[in-house]
Write a protein that binds this ligand. Sequence first.
Ligand code: SF4
Length: 405
Amino acid sequence: MSFERRQTRQIHVGKVPVGGGAPITVQSMTITKTADVEGTLQQIYALAAAGCDIVRCTCNEAEAAEGLAQIVPRSPIPVIADIHHQYKMALAAMEAGVHGLRLNPGNIRRPEHIKAVAAEAKDRGLPIRIGVNGGSLDPALYDKYGGLTAEAMVESAMHEIAFFEEVDFHDYKISVKASNVPLMVEAYRQLSEATDAPLHLGVTEAGPPPAGLLKATAGIATLLLEGIGDTIRYSLTADPVEEARAGRQLLEALGLRERKNVDLIACPSCGRAEVDVIDVANRAMKAFGDRKLPLQVAVMGCVVNGPGEAREADLGIAAGNKRGHLFVKGRNVAVVKEEDMVDALVEWAEFINEHGTDAAIARADTSLAEREAAKDRSKLLDDKGVDANHSTERIVEIRRTVGGE
Ligand code: SF4
């Protein structure tokens, strides 16, 4: 299933296209001092491994710009310099060789400075993100709209764009972030009607996970499903690797980017579970980490229902009678000891990634595995019965209670 995306014009951040039908990209920001070249590069590599396409580093002082001069040539992904109040830092970052800038023109204020930066970026062929933030809105717009509204944010963005257009600079993308999700969603909706510039989506200051993840996902996913947005950033109070991972996972979940890592699905567990599903799923998640295995892998609590419920998964494991029953596309392929479940999953996932599911089924003794699974399944049914969750008993009890009123 796919949905229509709004047409925007395309810009390039280094070699990465943004907008104009390009794959939606994931961004994040380093939290090291940019002057700490090795520390920052280490973080950039970790971000890239977690799915980050474009990274932003702060350029708040001369030492940071000097750091960027050493970071940019060694970075595996394009680097954007984040400029705060000093337009001179934007000029220094460009001198350092960055692939783009992020400006909050609301913080720079003086139009001649904004225009000087835009003119220099134009000469160098560099893109700029115009980042309007709810928190730094022009007080005059506050007054005009009676507070922070979507209309005020869009007017602010259009006002800033005018400075760039004045010097014939069109290589920009825009963000109108707010920490209030409905406000942010509405501001981007209106902005997408007002311009064909690529849009950078984000809920600013979303906070620590899990609440921060939920807020950011609510805002970003809503817009993406409406076809709005060309690049995204999760602003979490957490290790930035979490941001990159979340961004990547969201795009994969929405079918907007090809799967790169394991999509781990797991049953929620119930009275029938033969293992601690939460523990096995978490250990599996950790074992797969950022391995490049674009497969769906299932962890299921019991062999009675697990293989059937997860038959669409490339690979899965279901517990039963102190053993793990491995299945590939719903076909039982092997039986392992309970303590070896996670290792077996990783080993089979690697095999499938290299040779495919058909080869995995072909190499297995499926009739033996199916016989063993059937044995454990009937043992579980004998032990726990068909109604392991005691639903029938509960229903009888409910009827007795209601009937007794
Ligand atoms: S029936 Fe089995 S697979 Fe389904 S939720 Fe319960 S333990 Fe998990």
